[in-house]
Design a protein around this ligand. Structure first.
Ligand SMILES: [Fe+2]
Ligand SMILES: [Fe+2]
Length: 321
């Protein structure tokens, strides 16, 4: 057991270290285990891909849409983990000569995110070896990281906490229970979820610590502005990738000549991405609770207003995500 000091926060950091040691896994030995993707399997379940909102798709087309979105799902995590790792290294500075338990928790967190990026790069190679040519993921992790890290730490930690909470709720509510899912895809997100559970606790601790440094509501107003701008940046990425993925899907399925279906596929993929990467996290009770502790009613209303145009992006079926 890691030694705990008296303060509750340090005990929470210490518990993440214990859990991190207990669940630690290796990419090849535990996750990939010499396997590759089988295109007979679903990758991303309907509760996330919303592929069931295009009822005219043949079973093979439905499955292919889940694979295109699943490939992007892995790439999106690899993308955000670049800025998450960099920000965590930066906030660890406050603990360098302070509490060594907090420092160790954050160092382990960063090490895990580096491993996750490697895992998602490996998945992209495996998916690329089997899926038809033409898939594109042109978003550059360092470009996104440069934009995100240009915003204040409070806002980056808020976005990070949101991401790490939705990554867990997606696994618990959707991926874990799905049938006929690719065993490799499912294992990747099972093992990822095991380490993300610790990350979300550290995000909350660091976000609260950062919040306590703010000395006026004006500073918090500016931090909320930054968070709204980050959500806008994420949505810009989603619009570009939804367009690329819909075009790839339509071209492989030979459906591009049908204007009505082209529009429906484009709209559904964008709706699915807004659901996956923005709305499902914003609706996550633990995120709402963490945010409500830090912002005023007026600041919360501003965030809700910014999310308003995206709030349509929830599954049409009332199944859990
Ligand atoms: Fe991760
Ligand atoms: Fe993480």
């Amino acid at each position: 057991m890691t030694t705990c000091t008296a303060t509750p926060d340090i005990a929470r950091y210490a518990r993440t270290i214990d859990a991190s040691k207990r669940v630690r896994w290796d990419i090849d030995r535990d996750v990939i285990r010499g396997r590759t993707f089988d295109l007979a399997h679903i990758f991303l379940p309907d509760g996330l891909s919303l592929a069931d909102e295009l009822p005219y798709l043949a079973p093979a087309e439905h499955r292919f849409l889940s694979q295109v979105q699943g490939r992007t799902y892995a790439n999106m995590f690899g993308l955000v983990e670049r800025f998450i790792g960099a920000k965590m290294l930066e906030v660890s500075r406050d603990h360098w000569l302070g509490n060594q338990t907090a420092l160790e928790a954050i160092v382990r967190f960063t090490d895990e995110e580096l491993k996750h990026q490697e895992l998602f790069r490996r998945l992209e190679l495996l998916a690329g070896a089997h899926m038809p040519v033409g898939y594109r993921f042109d978003v550059v992790p360092n470009d996104v990281a440069t934009f995100v890290l240009g915003k204040c730490t409070w806002a980056v930690l808020a976005l990070t906490c949101h991401i790490e909470l939705f990554s867990q709720s997606h696994y618990r509510a959707s991926i874990d229970a799905a049938e006929h899912l690719s065993p490799l895809f499912k294992d990747v997100f099972l093992f990822h979820w095991k380490e993300e559970s610790q990350h979300a606790i550290i995000d909350e601790l660091e976000w609260e610590r950062e919040d306590s440094k703010l000395t006026s509501e004006v500073q918090r107003d500016l931090a909320v502005d930054d968070l709204i701008s980050l959500v806008g940046g994420v949505d810009g990425i989603l619009q570009g990738q939804a367009k690329a993925d819909a075009a790839y899907f339509l071209s492989v399925c030979g459906m591009g000549w049908d204007r009505a279906r082209t529009e429906q596929v484009n709209a559904t993929v964008l709706k699915a991405y807004r659901w996956q990467y923005i709305v499902s996290g914003a609706l996550e009770p633990r995120f709402q609770e963490a945010l409500a502790k830090l912002v005023s009613a007026e600041q919360s209303a501003r965030i809700q207003a910014a999310l308003g145009p995206l709030s349509y992006a929830v599954p049409a079926r009332t199944t859990p995500h």
